[in-house]
Design a protein around this ligand. Structure first.
Ligand code: HEC
Length: 329
């Protein structure tokens, strides 16, 4: 009898203490970040970036708490810490390794409680002078985006009930920071010395050297990507977000496409993509059933290969289901 009572009491205490636990989680993450990617003066140093990427990939306190898929974007001024719009969905490993590692972290962090949300504010310095293939994609395709990466003073991590749901580059910007000028030639991809660029967007960069599934994952992505291109999917599912998705998934790069590997199938089965009903005044979906079947088959291969490669790394988490995306009217 006494035993049952004790268990009930423990459960109540656990429920009440969720915020202190999130506060503790935030503190551990902040310390982990500063140790993984300490502030250095050289923002061009690719070796330091790669060390940082390796450390962040394995940073257990962050890895184990991240929601899959993870939301990332630029904070809109005056919009608080909302993540439901103007964000991208990423596989958590992809985000830690190739996006978060473009920053170095200061030790002067702060933790703030806003209703049921814990916000961790981490001071950052952007690695702004690396070779262009070291960035996940040409951020400078948009002046606003390149400013946001270079000038953001802080990355805000949004934590709820023990889970890091997403992160935002601060609307607070220091425009006195240096910024390298780049011209964008309109290409998302290019080649340099026989390597596809950006090199950080390739599975070779994402996965361990001895992951036995890398080549198969790459083949299944290439096959799907080529077929999606014939169906114009990439016109909207690219970083410039021509379809104005609220929570964009983009398919033009191998690593970034992993976040969409389950959703692609759902969308093809429902046959709601491309959303022509709104955009072109035509019936949405793919009208040729054989074509849709073929594309769905390739999407299933890619999903299975992605699951396998990520599971080998211990990074194939069960996906959180966001509400169905709404096509903007
Ligand atoms: C004309 C632009 C456009 C085209 C072309 C297009 N999409 Fe979309 N797609 C959208 C929009 C808009 C959404 C809704 C997302 C939202 O509101 O957040 C979406 C949502 C999705 C989603 C849900 C995941 C997400 O991004 O939240 C998937 C998966 C998807 N599309 C796959 C495809 C595939 C596969 C094709 C090609 C057969 C395709 N799309 C073609 C605009 C487009």
């Amino acid at each position: 009898m006494k035993y049952t009572y004790t268990i009930a009491l423990v459960a109540v205490i656990a429920a009440c203490s969720s915020r202190p636990a999130d506060h503790e989680l935030a503190t551990s993450i902040a310390r982990g970040l500063a140790a993984a990617c300490p502030l250095g003066s050289d923002t061009a140093d690719e070796a330091a970036r790669n060390d940082c990427a390796g450390n962040l990939t394995e940073l257990a306190v962050l890895r184990d708490a991240m929601r899959e898929p993870f939301l990332w974007g630029g904070q809109a001024a005056g919009a608080g810490y909302r993540l439901d719009t103007s964000t991208n969905k990423f596989n958590a490993r992809v985000w830690r390794r190739m996006y978060l590692s473009t920053y170095m972290f200061g030790t002067d962090f702060a933790v703030e409680q806003i209703a049921d949300t814990t916000v961790l504010h981490v001071p950052v310095t952007f690695r702004g002078t690396m070779p262009i293939g070291a960035y996940p994609y040409p951020f400078w395709h948009s002046a606003k985006k390149w400013d946001s990466y270079n000038y953001a003073t802080t990355v805000h991590f949004i934590i709820q009930n023990g889970e890091v749901v997403g992160a935002l580059r601060s609307a607070d910007q220091d425009t006195t920071r240096p910024k390298t000028a780049h011209a964008w030639d309109g290409l998302w991809q290019w080649e340099q010395g026989g390597t596809q660029m950006p090199y950080v967007s390739l599975y070779d960069y994402l996965l361990s050297k001895d992951n036995p599934y890398t080549a198969h994952l790459d083949e299944s992505y290439r096959a799907l990507e080529a077929r999606m291109r014939q169906n114009n999917c990439q016109a909207c599912h690219a970083p410039d977000n021509q379809g104005m998705s609220a929570q964009l998934e983009f398919f033009v790069y191998p690593n970034q496409a992993l976040a969409g590997r389950h959703d692609i199938i759902t969308q093809l089965v429902k046959n709601e993509m491309p959303p022509r009903g709104n955009v072109l005044g035509l019936t949405p979906g793919i009208t040729d059933d054989a074509e849709r079947g073929l594309l769905t088959g390739l999407a299933r291969d890619f999903e299975a290969a992605g699951d396998q490669a990520l599971a080998w790394e211990g990074d194939n988490k069960v996906e959180f289901k966001y509400p169905d995306p709404q096509t903007p009217q």
